[in-house]
Write a protein that binds this ligand. Structure first.
Ligand SMILES: [Zn+2]
Length: 160
């Protein structure tokens, strides 16, 4: 009888442990399943067309546009840009650079670029903390999207 009781005890103790282990495995599988399509996303990444108002600046921007930044720094607040950061490799300028004016201020790290003809700024160029050149696309200049439907987050550029 004592042996049976001990067996029962072991069973009841190992039970939850087994369940927990199984859940961990299921969890890992779920994560793996989530990672798989993420890996493939780049292949199916959306390509967006963008331009200034007059069309002297035109470009394509590739990637997953899921969020934008509304920056409160002195220049962004004046322009009202909504920015989407992508690596320069996902950006393709379709027009010559001669209609682009580059404006820098403060630490001169971000090259704000705007059209000499219509004055619209469709993108800016900068370098991230890993040294990669990044393009800040002004999503208000992209075609076929509703910029206000893209979730935007406040970026406190004013405090930098
Ligand atoms: Zn223009």
């Amino acid at each position: 009888m004592a042996n049976l009781n001990t067996l029962e005890k072991i069973r009841s103790q190992s039970g939850p442990v087994k369940v927990h282990h199984a859940m961990m495995q299921t969890g890992n599988m779920a994560i793996a399943a989530l990672q798989k399509p993420m890996k493939n996303l780049k292949e199916y990444a959306m390509k967006y067309k963008g331009s200034c108002h007059c069309g002297e600046i035109a470009f394509t921007a590739e990637g997953e546009l899921t969020q934008a930044l509304a920056c409160n720094c002195s220049i962004c607040s004046r322009k009202g840009t909504l920015l989407w950061f992508i690596p320069v490799t996902q950006f393709n300028l379709l027009t010559p650079r001669d209609k682009i004016t580059v404006y820098t201020f403060n630490k001169q790290v971000i090259k704000h670029q705007f059209c000499k003809v219509c004055g619209v700024q469709p993108f800016a160029e900068g370098v991230d903390n890993k040294g990669n050149t990044m393009i800040a696309v002004n999503i208000r200049c992209l075609e076929d999207i509703d910029p206000l439907a893209i979730p935007s987050h406040l970026y406190d550029g004013k405090s930098l």
